[in-house]
Design a protein around this ligand. Structure first.
Ligand SMILES: Nc1ncnc2c1ncn2[C@@H]1O[C@H](COP(=O)(O)OP(=O)(O)O)[C@@H](O)[C@H]1O
Ligand SMILES: [Mg+2]
Length: 619
């Protein structure tokens, strides 16, 4: 894999330290107002687009939970009435009222339970639908984003969007939101009922509300910071894990295990510390909240009892107060919990919406110019290219015309810009200025379908998907028959190696026994490209994994593959270069020599020197 080296480079103690600080800063840093507002609108837009199609069930769920709370609220009132009027009447020999009240209480509990069941199921289904939708969108969008995006945004980051960030939303939907709604409704409802029942006692009972609000505010501020720390830490752990595993060969070859373990241990330790801090804050909050609730209750009972003894308050009302007070102070826990999951979910939403609003850097045109049968005439017209604003210019000003059917070999030192030229022809990137044209049409005006049919690039990566070998070749042309596949494999000279595999064409290339060598994978990639039959074929060091005898076979096959199409070949082996009609020597993003192999050898320039060196190495 071409990314392996870069990724192992990053697995470095100071680098990880740096990265850690980056994440921590990104997460904890107070955002300036404008950025904060931008993130909020972005998150809100995403949330809106997720909720809009589910508006009806969401409103229904809200209605159910409000009704449930109203019904639940009636419970203590029924008990108060039972104590104050039901019981005395029953003692007088008229038990009907008491029976009705008790029956009513039982019924209200039953109805509330039924509503809770309906609510939990409904909200659960809405939540799961929404998460499914979100996961699909993240996947679809990440897959659609251009190569340029994936070269800078690591797969670890994409994975943590799809896992820990979606999980944060799931936590909010499954626990936080429901608890928060119920808590708010019961706090408001109970306040109203208490004020109506007995104003003076209500004022005493609700006095604890003030310190409670202060406590919640303290908690919010503390836990927001601590919690962001935990989210940042887990994201960092995922990134570290994925990078290590992606680069596992280099990790083991260069014995980076101990260092990686140290970095992981460090990150993991910080995750634990961040979580411990979060728990401490939570514990402090819970303890203080209990104290406030219980002190309020004790004061209410003391004052209430004195008033009941003096005949100024009915016993049932005092009983209702004690029942309500528990339900008034307990939900603050839920509100605090909600704060945590809310903070985590907003941070997650910010990151996910950021990914989802990332535009492909090589967008498909709105109204593409049709080019169903490209001839393969390629032109670079005043192309200037740099990978990003921050990196130097790779191609200062590049002009080149390759007539249809020509085989062009690109030679030059590492870093000369050969791969960059190949990526521009395949439109993995767009030029910063100028244009790359196919049959006179700017690549930016072509539909993805026409472009991918016309231009195929084979690199040394040669990725195989899970599935049979035949499936992997057939990728080149959807709908290709088995005969087409076999013919393509034979044309690139790979038939023998395929039939020697345990299950031939049906061998599963990911399973043990079907694992292919780098050279074999390259042959599969050639067959795939041959089957695709593009007008323009780009080979970027595509024969570098082949051993000399195999390469010689491929050399012969290559002639078949390259016939009747335009080809750009980047190769280190002069044997491959010599089959070209034309050789371009590239240096610093410019063509410094251009001619047939014979001409260039005769000219005694760089290519001639390279050729001599090659002959010497064979001698
Ligand atoms: N993704 C990238 N981002 C920034 N710079 C890049 C990227 N890929 C290549 N470069 C730079 O572009 C220059 C040309 O690279 P490349 O085209 O890969 O050279 P070659 O294939 O000839 O070895 C190099 O200086 C390299 O550092
Ligand atoms: Mg290269």
């Amino acid at each position: 894999m071409s990314t392996t080296d870069a990724e192992t480079e990053r697995v470095d103690v100071p680098a990880a330290e740096e990265a850690w600080r980056g994440v921590a800063a990104e997460d904890v840093e107070e955002l300036d107002h404008a950025t904060g507002v931008k993130l909020q609108t972005r998150s809100r837009r995403l949330l809106g687009s997720l909720l809009r199609p589910r508006l009806r069930p969401v409103l229904l769920a809200l209605l159910i939970v409000v009704l449930e709370n109203v019904v639940t609220l009636a419970g203590p009132l029924l008990i108060a009435a039972a104590i104050d009027t039901g019981v005395p009447a029953a003692l007088d020999g008229r038990p009907q009222a008491l029976a009705w009240l008790v029956g009513g209480y039982a019924a209200s509990t039953l109805v509330a339970t039924g509503m809770r069941y309906a609510f939990v199921r409904l909200i659960g289904r809405i939540g799961q639908d929404l998460l499914q939708d979100l996961r699909n969108r993240v996947f679809r969008h990440s897959q659609r984003l251009s190569v340029a995006f994936h070269e800078s945004y690591t797969s670890g980051k994409v994975i943590s969007r799809l896992t820990s960030d979606v999980d944060a939303l799931q936590d909010l939907l499954e626990m936080g939101l429901d608890g928060f709604f119920t808590a708010m409704l019961s706090i408001v409802g109970i306040t109203a009922v208490l004020l109506w029942l007995d104003l003076p006692l209500a004022l005493v009972a609700l006095a604890g509300f003030v310190p409670m609000v202060l406590l919640v505010r303290w908690f919010r501020r503390r836990s927001a910071r601590v919690y962001r720390g935990t989210r940042g830490a887990i994201a960092k752990i995922i990134v570290q894990f994925v990078e290590t595993m992606n680069g596992i060969r280099a990790v083991q070859a260069f014995r980076r295990e101990a260092r990686n373990e140290k970095i992981m241990g460090e990150l993991n330790g910080r995750f634990r510390d961040a979580n411990t801090d979060a728990l401490t804050v939570m514990a402090t909050f819970t303890a203080l909240a209990r104290v406030i609730g219980n002190v309020s209750l004790a004061v209410v009972i003391a004052i209430g009892a004195v008033r009941v003894a003096g005949g100024g308050l009915e016993l049932g009302v005092l009983a209702a107060f004690t029942l309500y007070l528990r339900r008034f102070y307990d939900p603050f826990d839920e509100i605090a919990m909600f704060t945590n999951s809310y903070t985590a979910a907003t941070a997650a939403l910010e990151k996910i919406s950021g990914l989802l609003e990332e535009e492909p850097s090589v967008p498909e045109p709105q109204e593409p110019k049709p080019l169903p049968h490209a001839r393969g005439d390629v032109r670079f017209d005043g192309v200037e290219f740099r990978y990003s604003e921050r990196t130097p210019v790779v191609l200062p000003s590049f002009d080149l015309h390759v007539p249809a059917g020509q085989t062009v070999a690109l030679v030059g030192a590492t870093g000369a810009g050969k791969t960059t030229l190949a990526k521009l022809v395949a439109r993995f990137y767009d030029p910063s200025a100028g244009a790359v044209l196919l049959d006179g049409v700017d690549l930016r005006s072509l539909s993805d379908t026409d472009l991918r049919r016309a231009v195929v690039m084979v690199t040394q990566e040669n990725f195989l998907f899970s599935g049979s070998l035949a499936d992997n070749v057939a990728l080149g042309r959807p709908g290709a028959s088995r005969a087409d596949v076999e013919q393509a494999v034979a044309s690139v000279g790979a038939h023998e190696f395929v039939t020697a595999l345990p299950e031939g064409y049906d061998t599963d290339v990911r399973k043990r026994g079907g694992r292919l060598s780098a050279g074999q994978r390259q042959m599969v990639a050639f067959a795939r490209a041959f089957l695709a039959d593009p007008a323009v074929l780009v080979l970027d060091e595509a024969t570098s994994s082949l051993d000399v005898p195999t390469e010689r076979d491929v050399q012969a096959a290559l002639k078949t593959v390259l016939a009747d199409r335009t080809a750009l070949i980047i190769a280190h082996r002069l044997s491959t270069v010599l089959i070209a009609d034309r050789v371009l020597v590239v240096d610093g993003g410019r063509v410094v020599e251009d001619g047939t192999p014979e001409e260039l050898i005769g000219d005694g320039g760089r290519f001639a020197a390279l050729h001599t060196a090659w002959l010497d190495s064979l001698a």
